[in-house]
Design a protein around this ligand. Structure first.
Ligand code: ADP
Length: 319
């Protein structure tokens, strides 16, 4: 293998830049040429491909977003689109591709790999929802952003003796809500993985009030319902007044945490090694503190168990 390419795709996540840097620097260290594909799969189809040098990725390790930009590409969902992408890869003498992104980007890479092109995927999404890996790039930074916001809202909740409902990202995966709720001491956490019952939420709020507690924090993952919807339910069912805060896109940006920079560096470098070893259709990830590579097929065929223990603990500690 003489030349590889790297792209970022789907929703951006803090630490994508650190991963791009790792791929580029490790490739050059290993004596490979490395090209950057701009604007994800759409850019690949359109041939937005440039050779990168050591200096091309200087001064980006600490920046959020992605210097390669990202895009969603409906065209790449079609076989014709993917064949055009293959043409571009061949035209540019590229023999392997590193895809940095989330679940959708992994599916795209899996489809490309099925056409015989070696693809290695690096998980980067604040949702932490890729099967087979315990951590994705961006999750830790987003978690810290959310905790920072909850701490600030708690000051107001305490001063004004109010209950706040905070809506965080996570359509199918409640990791961000669960981890931030536990880390910030939220009284109630609602996640898509666990059925919720309105009477139980009300009981928790009332038992807090019963022992003199004047404020409460409820974290709701967007996949369960909106914070505004929950506020209406609590008012209607129990006459409980709440304030609502939707954190939105601030969760996706910002300078990556130390942890995200480190795992992005490890994952990016491992992706290059895997391509050099002649493997294709592979995902990079982490299990039990070790960087691993595993078949892309496993990402879609197997479902990780969600962290029920963490959820149970959060309930025990917030009685
Ligand atoms: P994320 O990677 O953050 O989950 P998306 O779900 O938007 O983001 O996926 C990013 C891109 O990956 C899509 O715009 C599309 O080009 C490609 N993609 C997603 N799913 C598939 C699929 N089943 N087949 C081919 N390409 C796909």
């Amino acid at each position: 293998m003489k030349k590889i390419a790297v792209l970022t795709s789907g929703g951006d996540a803090p630490g994508m830049n650190a991963a791009v840097r790792a791929v580029v620097r490790k490739a050059i260290f290993e004596g490979l040429e490395v090209a950057g594909v701009f604007n994800g799969y759409q850019g690949l189809i359109e041939g937005k491909i440039e050779l990168l040098q050591l200096g091309s990725v200087g001064d980006i390790i600490h920046r959020g977003g992605t210097m390669l930009r990202t895009a969603r590409s409906p065209e790449f969902h079609t076989l014709e689109g993917r064949e055009e992408a293959l043409e571009q890869l061949k035209k540019n003498d590229i023999e392997g591709l590193v895809v940095i992104g989330g679940d959708g980007s992994f599916r795209g890479a899996y489809e490309l790999a099925k056409l015989g092109f070696p693809c290695v995927c690096v998980p980067a999404t604040i949702d932490n929802d890729i099967n087979g890996t315990e951590f994705t790039i961006g999750f830790d930074t987003a978690l810290n952003t959310v905790i920072d916001a909850i701490d600030k809202i708690r000051d107001t909740a305490t001063s004004h003796e109010r209950t706040f409902i905070i809506e965080v990202m996570g359509r199918d995966a409640g990791d961000l809500a669960l981890w931030s709720g536990l880390a910030a001491g939220a009284e109630t956490i609602l996640i898509p993985e666990e059925k919720y019952e309105v009477p139980a939420i009300i009981d928790r709020l009332r038992s807090g009030t019963g022992r003199g507690k004047k404020h409460s924090i409820i974290i709701v993952a967007e996949g369960v319902m909106t914070a505004a919807e929950l506020a209406v339910i609590l008012k209607k069912v129990a006459g409980i007044e709440t304030r609502v805060s939707v954190l939105g896109h601030i969760q996706r940006g910002g300078s990556p945490s130390a942890r995200d920079r480190v795992i992005a560096s490890q994952y990016g470098a491992r992706a290059v090694e895997v391509l050099k070893e002649g493997k294709g259709s592979v995902a990079i990830g982490m299990r039990k503190h070790r960087v691993i590579d595993y078949s892309l097929e496993d990402v879609f065929e197997k479902n990780d168990e969600w962290e029920a223990d963490l959820y149970k603990l959060s309930k025990e500690l917030s009685i």
